[in-house]
Each structure stands twice: as C-alpha cells, then as structure tokens.
Design a protein around this ligand. Structure first.
Ligand code: PMP
Length: 396
C-alpha cells in the first residue's frame, strides 16, 4: 500500500475507534425476518426496515424464482442499451398506479435514485431548500447537482416560508426546490405536507418528497403523499423498494414529462445496469399486494401501537413518533450504547443511534416493529426492556 493511503486509513480508523464511533457490523446468519440469528444466537429483530415482513414473503419468493427461470439472473445492460426488460415496464406501470401518478421510473436503489433525480433537474443556477434532517442520499444528490443548498430547520414552516421568500425574491435562481423526507426515520415524525404545499404554491417551489419510510406505512400503504391526498401537488414522489416493499431498488413517480426527462438525463439510469429480473418481479408483486389489501399495513400499526404503549407504560421516553418507528430515548451516548448491547445479550436486537446521527444527549435505541412480529415476541422484548432499563438506572 502506498504510504499516503496507509497514513490516511490508519489515522482515520484510529480516530473513529478511539472515539467509540467505529461501527462493528454484525453478520445475520440466514433470513432477515422478525427474528434473526447472529453468532449462532436467535434474537427478536427490532432493527430492520422490513416493515411489512415482505423480505421473506413466500409469494414474493416464488415470483422472484419464476422470473429467474424465465429471464435469468441479470438484466444484461443499462436501460438505454438493451437492459429495459418487459418486467421493468410492468414494474413502472404498477408503481405509477400505486402512487397515483402518470408515470414512474425505477432505479437500482433509493440512494442512487436521489442522486439521479435531483441532479437531473437542478443545477448551479438553482437553489434547493432542504430539511436539516433529510437522509444522506438527499444531501449527496443536492451536492452533486451543484445547486445552492439552503438548510431549513426541521419541519419548521416559518423557517421554510422565510427562506423560500428570500431565495425566490433574490432573483438569483432559475428554479427553487424544497426537499423533505416523508417520514423521518430517527423520530418517526411525518413531514407537514399540507403546509409545505401551501408554501410551495405561494412561492412556486418544486416539491420533492422522499417517502422511503412512508411507503407501505402511511396512507393505508400508499405513502405519505396519498395520506394527505396530495398526489397532484407533489412533483417528485421518491421512494425505496427495500424497506416496506422488502426487496431492493428505488423509484420516482410523477408526471409523464418528468419521467421522460429522467430517462434521458439521469445518469444512474443511463450508465448503471438495471434491476435484476427476480428482484423486479418480486417488487411488482409486492406493490400489487399492497394495492390489493391493507392487512399487512394494519398489522404493522397494531404492532407499533402495542410496542409503544408497552414501553410508555414501563416509563420509557418514546419521543413523538407518528408512525410505528419507536425510538426509546435513553440520553447520554455511553448509556445508550450499553443499553443496546445489553438488549442484544438478552435476545433483543435493537440498535443504538447516537451523536452525530442525532443531537448530543438524545441517544436512543430505535425499534422498528413489523407486521411479522407476534405479540409473544413483543411481550418478550418488553420484558427485556424492563430488565435492562432497571439494571442501567434508566427506569426507577
Ligand atoms: N432515502 C431515505 C429517507 C432512506 O432512509 C434511505 C435508506 N436508509 C434511502 C433513501 C436509501 O434507500 P436504499 O436503501 O434503497 O438505497
């Protein structure tokens, strides 16, 4: 290894490790379901985004297998050469129906979808107003576009109005966009879309909602935009196909014209091989399933409410989540990390989230109940929470 690279890696890794910020990655042995096995130990899994339990769904597994039989394991090329399969077209038509838009385009991940969509439309003559808690892929997409980035205080409508006014009235920018997550994954709170749309209409802002954590969860499964009935008011409905949908990939749903543009101007579409056939068919099947029935969605909320109620009555601070995402706020970073470690030793896998991902002193263990959890699993998790809470002095 060259000396310069070695020095860079050594000093940076050391700094992370010295500050307790080096993330040791656990290996899951087998499927990622309501229970998982790590180091040979089975645990209740409260850490996945597999909100509806679809990652291990039998119908989807069969759909993927049959597509592998008929289409093979890979798409063979980028979309514009000959990597657009009939399966991709079917998926995009299904996604548009699901989101209530004219058209949709699929990408290989939610992350590259944000990189693709923002930079295909915004440029150095534009400005992007971005909620300060937006996901990393939005931040990177904004940077890639070279537009002026203006951070807006989290879900603060006065700040948004003020900054939108300043940006538009400055006359410096050709276009101004507002980007927000639909559901914020650290606290489980929901973007104030009706007020956002009002402000956007007043100032002519382009609206962009990344509903990675809202799809399958909000709006009876159809997402946060549909929850508020604003399908005609949001220009970009973005999402991932890896969380509630259970597979992998990302999408933009919007007007036909927008999708036509993304198909000629967004670089991951043009230069990266398309979704694999098995994944594509499984996603289509999953989206269809959500349109046909709210059963999994209803179960997710029932489990979310049960866990929240249980933690609250034990005396934990569970913040102000409006969704099944249930943070358990512990406070200082060290205790939070210790808490998560003890949960794991007792058979509950729930990750700690601490500074710098969340503000100092608001360390939390984040719980993601899913439709696949049973009441028995949740009761067991609550028992463990009570034990560890008392042991570490978080509960009196
Ligand atoms: N947007 C948001 C809001 C997310 O939370 C995530 C995933 N953590 C992504 C985008 C990226 O999605 P994917 O995992 O499909 O790349």
């Amino acid at each position: 290894m060259t000396k310069a690279l070695n020095e860079f890696l050594e000093s940076n890794l050391k700094e992370l490790k010295d500050n307790g910020l080096y993330n040791e990655i656990n290996v899951v042995e087998g499927a990622n379901g309501a229970e998982i096995t790590i180091d040979g130990r089975k645990m209740i899994n409260l850490s996945s985004n597999n909100y509806l339990g679809l990652a291990t769904n039998e119908t989807l597994k069969q759909a993927a297998k049959s597509a592998v039989d008929s289409h093979g394991v890979g798409a063979g090329a980028v979309r514009t050469i000959n990597g657009t399969l009939d399966l991709h077209v079917e998926l995009e038509e299904t996604l548009a129906k699901f989101k209530g838009t004219e058209a949709a385009i699929a990408y290989q991940s939610g992350f590259n979808c944000n990189m693709a969509a923002i930079s295909a439309v915004m440029n150095k003559h534009d400005a992007i107003l971005s909620d300060e808690l937006n996901h990393a892929s939005i931040i990177d997409g904004c940077r890639l576009s070279k537009a002026k980035i203006i951070r807006v205080k989290h879900s603060d409508m006065d700040d948004l109005r003020q900054k939108a006014k300043e940006a538009v009235e400055s006359g410096q920018y050709n276009k101004v966009m507002y980007i927000t997550d639909g559901v914020f994954s650290m606290d489980g709170d929901v973007a104030k879309l009706p007020e956002i749309v009002e402000i956007a209409e007043e100032f002519g802002l382009i609206t962009y909602v990344d509903d990675a954590h809202g799809s399958g969860v909000m709006g009876k499964g159809a997402g946060t935009v549909k929850h508020f009935g604003l399908q005609d008011k949001i220009d970009f409905q973005i999402g991932t196909l890896s969380k509630a949908i259970g597979v992998v990939g990302g999408y933009v749903a919007g007007s036909q014209q927008l999708i036509d543009w993304l198909k000629v101007a967004s670089r991951p579409f043009l230069f990266s091989t398309s979704l694999a056939p098995g994944d594509t068919k499984a996603i289509t099947e999953a989206v269809q399933m959500l349109m046909d029935s709210t059963e999994l969605h209803d179960k997710l909320w029932e489990n979310g409410d049960y866990l929240k109620e249980g933690l609250k009555s034990l005396g934990f601070d569970i913040g102000h989540s409006e969704t099944p995402i249930t943070p358990c706020i512990i406070g200082d970073e060290k205790t939070t990390q210790q808490f998560s470690k003890r949960l794991m030793e007792e058979g509950v896998y729930a990750k700690s989230i601490v500074f710098p991902t969340v503000p100092k002193g608001t360390g939390r263990v984040r719980n993601m109940p899913t439709a696949a959890h049973t009441k028995e699993m949740l009761d067991e998790a609550l028992k463990v929470y009570e034990k560890v809470g008392k042991e570490l002095g978080v509960l009196s």
